[in-house]
Every structure is written in C-alpha cells, then in structure tokens.
Design a protein around this ligand. Structure first.
Ligand code: COA
Length: 454
C-alpha cells in the first residue's frame, strides 16, 4: 500500500466548518468521490463537520491513520506533525503556505526536521497536493464545480506550481486526456522533483511523465534520475523562471533557485527529456506521446484535401528536422486506381477539394503499409460538402490500426472544432495548426531515435 496514493485512512487536519475554506473543500473531495477508505476530520473547535464526527487531534482517532492532509496555519504545522508522529502516520500532504517563500526559513527547517524524525513521506509545504483518479485521493482545494477532475489515464503530472498544474490539468481534461497521478509539491520540504520523478518512473500506470519545474534542488541526483527514467518512458519538461525576472518570481513563489534556462536546456538534452516551452506544448506533446506509437524514422507522409494546408505542413516538416517521405510505387499505383486523375500523388498527397471519406480510407490504408513512411499527418478540412461524417471513423480507425504515429490537423471555426474534438476524444492527437502538429511529431521522433536500445 502506498500511503500517499492508496491510503486506507486519511485525517484532514484543519477540516473547517466553513464551506469556503480549503479544509472544508478537501474533506468534501474525499467524501464525494471514488475514495473507498475512511476519512476523519480533525479540528479541536468542532464536534462534527459535513456530518462526520470530528476529532480534536490525530492521536485521538481510533485505529491507524495512513495519511494526514494538513490545512492549518503555518505556525500550527509543527505541533500537528508531532501529533502525526505520535500516531505513526505514514504520509502527509501539507497544503499550508507561509514558509521559506516568504522568508520563514527557520519554520520550514523545523517542519523538515520533524518529517525526517518521524519518517513521514510528505508532499508540500505550500502546495495543492495530490490527485489520483483511480483511488479518489484528492487534496486539490478547488471545488469540482470550478475545476474539472479528469478521468483515469496514463499521464503522470509532477508540478511545482499548484495553480499552473491544476489549471493545466483542467484544460487537458477538456480534451479527454486521462491522468494516472497528479502531484503538486510546492516548496518540496518533503519529497522533491527527483523523488517524484523516481516514483512515477516506477509507477506502472504512468506511461508519460509531465514535469513543471521552476528550480531543481539536487542537480546531480536529478540528472541521474532523469536519464534513467527517460530511458524507460518519456519525460516532458516545462522549465519556468528562465529569465532574471522569472527567476525572481520563482524565488518568492516556492522559495527555489530557478537556475539558468540555458543550463537546464543542456540537462534536458543530456538526459533525453523532452523540452516544452509553454503549457500548450506540454499537452501537445503529452497527447502525441500517450498514444504509445513509435516512429521508426523521420519520414512523414502528409495526406490532405487542401493544397495550401499541405504546403504549410511540408514547410513545417522540413523546418523541424523531419523529412518528407516518398510514397512507394505501389502506394502511388494503387491509389491512382481509387482517386480522380486530378489528385496529386506526391507528398503532400493531395486528395483535393472534393475528397470523400473513401479517398482518405484508401490513402490511409496504403500509407500504413508503405515501408517508406514512418509517420502521418492527416489534414482534414471539414468545410467541404463532399466529406461525410464517416470521415471521423475513418481517421480514428486508421490511427488505431496503424503502428505508425498519426496526427490530425483541422483548421476552422465552430463546426470544425466540434469534429476535431470528437476525433481527439477518440484518442487521436488533433491540432488546429499544422506547425504544432509537426512540432509534436518531431519531439516524438527525436525522443525515440535517441533513446538507448532496451
Ligand atoms: N488542528 C486542527 N484544526 C485546527 C487546529 C489544529 N491544531 N487549529 C485550528 N484548527 C481549525 C480551525 O478552527 C479552522 O476550522 P473552523 O473554520 O471550523 O474554525 C480550520 O482549522 C482552519 O484554520 P484557520 O485558522 O481558519 O485557517 P484558514 O483555513 O484560514 O487557513 C490555510 C489555513 C492552510 C488554508 C492557510 O494558512 C494557507 O496556508 N493558505 C494558503 C494555501 C495555499 O495557497 N497553498 C499553496 C497552494 S499552491
């Protein structure tokens, strides 16, 4: 049993009677969701909260307590940790802020000494904590009506910033992405980014790791761990605090030293992690990597029903360091039997403006079998009358059946957006801009070509 993600008993210390306070929201999360264990509110000033009997201290709870979620003001945290130590609590999530990030370094050191003394596996301080869609452990103090909780999936997200992390997860959930585990670790008074990377590296449910960091504490250990984990599964990193102004903001955010962006870029290259430069890129890459398709090489085939979109994509392919595939003679000959004479049978493969779903189906089937093609960009401009609604099934079926990575691009307004989201939710990475699709494909290709043989 992992006391952080699979606790059987959880104490919410600082569970408030006030619906607007963080401790109340967290207690509610454990009661409303999937959590199967027992939850105990702890508050010396209340007898019952949300209908549950309230305990004056952790020690007074009957039986063992696996995890304590601590949501009391900073000055009270050491006393609560002593209480947890006496009860032999195995894990803690300390939401409370007001430590080194505002100069209270000694108070944070005291907290660190106590969690080491009592050997409590701790997330925080100054964090939003953890969310596990499978077990229902949910310390996110943002009410579900305001922050969507995504479903279970294969993405593990480690974030120094609780707000960036949870808002980004909210956004990603809207596109149908599923998560294995979410951890916001704030000041890292307990576990830091290196520990968490190691942990998710070993987690069988996590296939792709996302990391938002401002500063790294143990540089050498971080590098060694990152190299080892990235050889097993993709680690996509968004490093914030790259400029002097950003680094200053990071210091007062989680009390960490941001370090230079250039040094971090070198670390990313040497460890074969995947660099992302924005939240959008972080999730673009997450979507493509979580399909688990491995390109054998750099040769991309573009299939389109619009010439201009094909040209833009061809530029993006070359500029990103990928190559344009040359369709085999067989592909061209077979396709020629199924498309009108005015279709362009090169790369981009232009099925032209009156293309229907059958033309796409033929092109996708032949491309999947073509040994000269390593990955596919399928552009579907839904605005044409000849495209039946079955086109989405054609693209989704092709993506599922193919061993080659496939990304879809659709540019347009409301109608197009609805179609694109339907394809995305069926598990195909879709993009509104060819450049973003190709960039994600390029990162996927680089990662796999550089990855040491298992
Ligand atoms: N044990 C248990 N509960 C205790 C307690 C103790 N020793 N001492 C007080 N409490 C109770 C209080 O009575 C209160 O319950 P009530 O509202 O029913 O009276 C509850 O714990 C909370 O204490 P309160 O003093 O009201 O604090 P608060 O809720 O206003 O603030 C924090 C506490 C942790 C939320 C606040 O200090 C904080 O750190 N906020 C920022 C959190 C944050 O942003 N984290 C980083 C995110 S990225």
């Amino acid at each position: 049993m992992d006391p952080l993600f699979e606790p059987r008993t959880v104490a919410i210390v600082g569970a408030s009677r006030d619906r607007k306070k963080l401790g109340n929201v967290i207690l509610h999360n454990f009661m409303r969701g999937k959590f199967k264990g027992k939850v105990f509110p702890v508050n010396p000033n209340a007898t019952s909260i949300l209908g549950l009997k309230c305990y004056p201290s952790v020690e007074k709870i009957p039986g063992t307590v696996d995890q304590a979620v601590i949501v009391v003001p900073a000055a009270v945290v050491p006393a609560v940790l002593k209480d947890c130590g006496a009860k032999k609590v195995k894990a803690a999530v300390i939401i409370t802020s007001g430590f080194s990030e505002v100069g209270a370094v000694e108070l944070e050191n005291e907290v660190r000494r106590l969690i080491q003394k009592y050997d409590i596996k701790t997330i925080g301080t100054n964090c939003i904590g953890i969310f596990d869609p499978s077990t229902g452990v949910d310390t996110l103090f943002l009410p579900p009506a305001r922050l969507n909780r995504p479903g279970a999936g294969s993405i593990g997200f480690i974030t120094q910033s609780g707000a960036v992390g949870s808002a980004a997860m909210d956004l990603a959930g809207r596109q149908g992405l599923g998560f294995s585990k979410f951890v916001s670790y704030g000041n890292a008074t307990g576990l830091d980014e290196t520990d968490l990377l190691e942990m998710l590296g070993r987690d069988p449910e996590t296939k792709v790791i996302l990391l938002y960091v401002e500063g790294v504490r143990r540089g050498q250990e971080f590098m060694a761990t990152a190299r080892r984990v990235a050889a097993k599964k993709p680690v996509i990193v968004l490093k914030a605090g790259r400029t002097e102004a950003g680094a200053r903001a990071a210091a007062s955010h989680t009390g960490s030293l941001a370090g230079s962006g250039q040094v971090f870029d070198a670390v990313i290259r040497q460890t074969n992690m995947i660099p992302a430069h924005s939240i959008a890129e972080l999730f673009d890459y997450a979507r493509v990597f979580s399909t688990n398709k491995v390109p054998k090489g750099k040769r991309v085939l573009i299939i389109t029903n619009g010439g201009g979109a094909g040209v833009l994509t061809a530029d993006a392919v070359v500029q990103s360091g990928l190559e344009l595939a040359v369709p085999s003679e067989r592909t061209v000959a077979e396709l020629a039997k199924r498309v009108p004479s005015y279709a362009v049978l090169h790369n981009p493969l232009d099925l032209v403006g009156d293309a229907d779903a059958a033309r796409y189906e033929a092109a996708l089937r032949l491309a999947a079998q073509d040994p000269g093609v390593d990955s596919l960009v399928v552009i579907v401009l839904y605005q044409t009358a000849s495209l039946e609604p079955t086109i989405n099934d054609v693209v989704v079926r092709a993506a599922r059946a193919s061993k080659k990575p496939l990304v879809a691009v659709s540019i347009g307004g409301q109608y197009v957006e609805r179609q694109r989201l339907a394809v995305e939710k069926a598990g195909v990475p879709t993009f509104e801009e060819p450049e973003r699709a190709v960039r994600a494909l390029a990162r996927l290709t680089e990662y796999h070509l550089r990855r040491p043989a298992p």
